[in-house]
Design a protein around this ligand. Structure first.
Ligand SMILES: NC(=O)N[C@@H](CC(=O)O)C(=O)O
Ligand SMILES: [Zn+2]
Ligand SMILES: [Zn+2]
Length: 344
């Protein structure tokens, strides 16, 4: 039986949500991840240090009593009203590690997001000055721009100018889905990186749309054509420290996805490193998994790498068809199907 021992991984992009679902999302995330970057798109969002600290407390309280340790790293949600003082407070804290740019209307719970990125420039200047990383959901929101082109257009229209105006700003282009994004990040300076999800490594839009429409594969940015999937696999397995693990595990109750207008988001936290191992294995690049999952994210954020390890075993098992999510149920990505790696 093939085994793979790696330094304990971290998840640099996860949605834990809030309230009664925390006991389930936090239990899954804390099975083996050491640290998680907690996305702030709650309703209302996490707008300042006080709200981040209160949310952090709720997450810590939801940790299972034994055997689970998880450090939640908090993130501010940038709005049109975010101030330079909000950034200074957050940067001086030991609980907030980044701030997130959601263009208004781009994704789940982005109604309070930023309506004009240019108006945000003083806030970005403060982030650059204080060394607080900017995390970006990189999609334009124009109704007339094709949903499959929204990431590439965002890069040209917004990321290139931001990078030019704030050359020292640490920036993570989250959950990249295109060859254009991989190329932009590769060519950019060292302070610009990207997270890549397991599902964008494993799937392309055919998996979602050919032979029937599969709402549980629907996430944003949307799965692209297979050539983009190949570019993401190349980036993730390249050994470049600019690309690291961020699951974007984003739970929505089953009835909110299996409906006439379903929510965007895939739930992968119950088997995340298992799915990444499968993707790296399929690419013949298992030797590159550890750095992607456990080194490069910590290095980028200027945090120490974890010192303990986990072991993965290549052995097939059947993923549960549904999981509890508070008092609701969720259909996890790959639910009811075979997964090929498991935790030892
Ligand atoms: N990725 C998604 O499809 N959904 C995320 C939001 C996000 O990360 O854009 C969610 O919060 O549900
Ligand atoms: Zn997003
Ligand atoms: Zn996300």
């Amino acid at each position: 039986m093939q085994t793979l021992k790696i330094t304990r991984p971290d998840d640099w992009h996860i949605h834990l949500r809030d309230g009664e679902v925390l006991r389930h999302t936090v239990a899954d995330a804390s099975r083996y991840f050491g640290r998680v970057i907690v996305m702030p798109n709650l309703t209302p969002p996490v707008r300042n240090l006080a709200e981040a600290n209160a949310y952090r407390q709720r997450i810590v309280q939801a940790l299972p009593a034994t055997g689970h340790q998880l450090a939640p790293l908090m993130v501010l949600y940038l709005t049109d009203k975010t101030t330079v003082a909000d950034i200074a407070d957050a940067a001086a804290s030991d609980t907030v590690f980044a701030a997130k740019l959601y263009p208004a209307g781009a994704t789940t719970n982005s109604d309070s997001g930023v309506t004009s990125i240019e108006n945000l420039y003083p806030v970005l200047a403060a982030m650059e000055k204080h060394g607080l990383p900017l995390l970006v959901h990189g999609e334009v929101t124009d109704a007339d721009i094709d949903i499959f082109d929204r990431e590439a257009r965002f890069i040209d229209r917004h990321l290139t100018p931001i990078a030019a105006n704030f050359p020292a700003l640490k920036m993570v282009l989250e959950h990249i889905t295109t060859a254009d994004a991989a190329q932009f990040v590769s060519a950019a300076s060292d302070n610009i990186a990207a997270t890549i999800t397991a599902h964008h490594l494993l799937y392309n839009r055919n998996h979602m749309l050919a032979g029937g429409i599969r709402p549980h594969y629907y996430c944003l940015p949307i799965l692209k054509r297979n050539t983009h999937q190949q570019a993401l696999i190349s980036a993730a397995t390249s050994g470049s420290p600019k690309f690291f693990l961020g699951t974007d595990s984003a739970p929505h109750a089953k009835n909110r996805k299996e409906t006439s207008c379903g929510c965007a988001g895939c739930y992968t936290a119950y088997a995340a490193i298992e799915m990444y191992a499968e993707a790296f294995d399929a690419a013949g690049a298992l030797d590159k998994l550890e750095a992607f999952a456990s080194f490069y994210g910590a290095d980028f954020y200027g945090l120490p790498r974890n010192s303990d390890s986990i072991t993965l075993i290549k052995q097939s098992w059947t993923a549960p068809e549904q999981l509890p999510l508070g008092s609701d149920t969720i259909y996890p990505l790959r639910g009811g199907e075979q997964l090929h790696w498991q935790i030892g």
